[in-house]
Design a protein around this ligand. Structure first.
Ligand code: FAD
Length: 469
């Protein structure tokens, strides 16, 4: 009997254990994406990007004689109906780890089993299942370095090949249309500005990985922290949607290491940071919505999003060029360099004493590489409230950071147009991307700082001292 393949954040055909298991068994596959509450709850950019990814996967499946069905509703209901319509004997999916998906999947699994349908989830979004990695005492890791030591020598399974043929059912059930889903509807900014920055689908992701390993990984240890270079893999966009798997990246990194490419181990370590974020989210799901360190619950975070300085932060108009450059990069490309993610997060939570959740949600709305675990960990790390966090008293100074990581102002010039005689195309494209309601134009003067770098730092330190930290 056919197998229903419930497709979620696994928009690929290669290294896909659930698809592989079905094809191996020669059973017809009925791939389906379900528009449920989890999808509806996505931020604007991730939802738009997911729509692009779904459309692309549908084409890939069609080229293999298969299809991608689209259905909306409660997954339990949708899957039950599909089982009935198709006579499928099993539902397969790739495991997710965020609390909302886990709750949903657990309910789906037991409902299907009750109905006598096989329901199996497969591992693959991560290299190491979060419950598999344990401390010597049998607990979980709260600090990255010991986590890294525990996983660096573990075997990572060899990636699976792309199935040659995907067996189709005798008849295809009906499907909704992606256009009707209008997953782009919430994009406030010009999607046409962001679109050229997107690298869509697994072929593009493999191309990215190949080019990175061939050209950049050797110097990665030195360049990964410099936002003006193009020194990182940019694979987060594809990893987030499962267009590439971490083990495909890991094995490419291992080969580069064996070839003597110096930065390759650092790349593996960064992939392990992603695993660490999932490890933490699994063991302490409150990572996503409350201060991970309990003592921070008493901290008087400012949660007023209507303050002009918070609006200026979102718009990339704080008057602090390194912060604004980062925010504009995100607005135009849907991504932001890791160094500037840390700077803008520190600025919001420390200089502006704003709750990290406000920043986290803004990223969730704007990033095409949005990932629930990495985003929450990054924000709590930057704010000081998280595991293995930057100490609260370490307030990044955006001016000295700029001098260190962008000494020739190349990154800033790339993203800020105001006051430049010949602004870059990227910097100008920011003004095409922003909503008209923001009323911004490249001819406006560059704003004065919402707070001077030194003053903000002193204010933050005083606030911590008041709380007895
Ligand atoms: P590379 O440098 O090429 O690294 C390779 C891969 O390793 C990345 O694709 C990513 O999967 C992983 N990785 C690298 N650094 C980290 C890290 N610090 N934490 C977790 N995984 C990492 N990453 C996301 O994927 N989605 C997010 O929503 C996200 N939000 C963040 C928010 C804040 C405040 C901070 C400080 C960091 C956030 N990160 C997030 C982590 C990091 O900034 C990005 O993973 C990285 O910039 C992606 O670029 P890249 O693919 O070129 O990375």
């Amino acid at each position: 009997s056919p197998v229903i393949l419930w497709v979620r954040r696994d928009l690929r055909l290669s290294d896909h254990p659930a698809l592989d298991a079905t094809c191996e068994a020669g059973r017809p596959v009925i791939p389906v994406v379900i528009r449920d509450a989890v999808m509806d709850g996505l931020g604007a950019a991730p939802k738009w990007r997911m729509g692009l990814g779904i459309g692309h996967l549908a084409e890939r499946l069609e080229a293999k004689g298969s299809r991608l069905l689209l259905r909306s509703g409660e997954p339990v209901e949708v899957l039950r109906a599909l089982v009935e319509e198709t006579g499928a004997g099993a539902v397969y999916w790739m495991r997710a780890y965020d609390p909302a998906s886990v709750e949903r999947d657990t309910a789906v699994k037991s409902a299907l089993k009750e109905a006598g349908v096989e329901a199996t989830s497969f591992a693959g979004h991560l290299m190491f299942e979060p419950w598999r990695v344990e401390t010597k005492q049998g607990g979980f890791y709260k600090v990255f370095t010991p986590f890294w030591k525990a996983v660096r020598g573990l075997d990572v399974a060899t990636p699976l090949p792309t199935p040659g043929r995907i067996p189709a059912p005798d008849a295809w059930p009906s499907s909704e249309s992606l256009e009707d889903w209008a997953l782009e509807a919430a994009m406030r900014r010009g999607a046409d500005v962001v679109r050229p920055w997107v690298q869509l689908g697994e072929e593009a992701a493999q191309g990215r990985l190949g080019a990175f390993v061939a050209e950049k990984v050797a110097a990665y240890g030195d360049t990964r922290d410099l936002p003006w270079t193009d020194g990182t893999s940019c694979l987060s966009e594809n990893l987030a949607l499962g267009e590439i798997t971490p083990r495909q990246c890991w094995h490419a990194g291992r080969r580069a290491m064996e070839d003597g490419k110096k930065g390759a181990e650092t790349f593996l370590k960064e992939l392990a940071w992603r695993e660490f974020a999932y490890h933490l989210m699994w063991h302490t799901p409150h990572l996503l919505d409350s201060n991970w360190r309990e003592e921070w619950e008493a901290f008087p975070w400012n949660e007023d999003e209507t303050r002009p300085e918070v609006i200026a932060w979102k718009q990339g108009r704080t008057g602090i060029p390194f912060v604004d450059a980062g925010q504009r990069e995100m607005y135009v490309t849907g991504r932001m360099h890791n160094r500037t993610r840390m700077i803008v997060a520190s600025f919001l939570t420390k200089h502006l004493l704003t709750h990290w959740k406000i920043g986290m949600r803004w990223f969730e709305d704007c990033l095409i590489d949005w990932d629930p675990a990495s985003n929450a960990m990054g924000w709590q790390w930057s704010a000081g409230s998280g595991p293995d966090a930057t100490p609260y008293f370490r307030v990044f100074n955006p001016v000295t950071q700029r001098d260190k990581f962008d000494p020739k102002r190349k990154y800033i010039d790339r993203w800020i147009a105001e006051g430049r005689r010949h602004p870059s195309e990227e910097a100008l494209s920011y003004f095409d991307a922003v909503p008209v309601s923001w009323g911004l134009s490249a001819g406006d003067g560059y704003p004065d700082p919402v707070v001077a770098a030194d003053e903000g730092r002193k204010r933050a330190l005083a606030a911590y001292e008041n709380r007895g930290f």
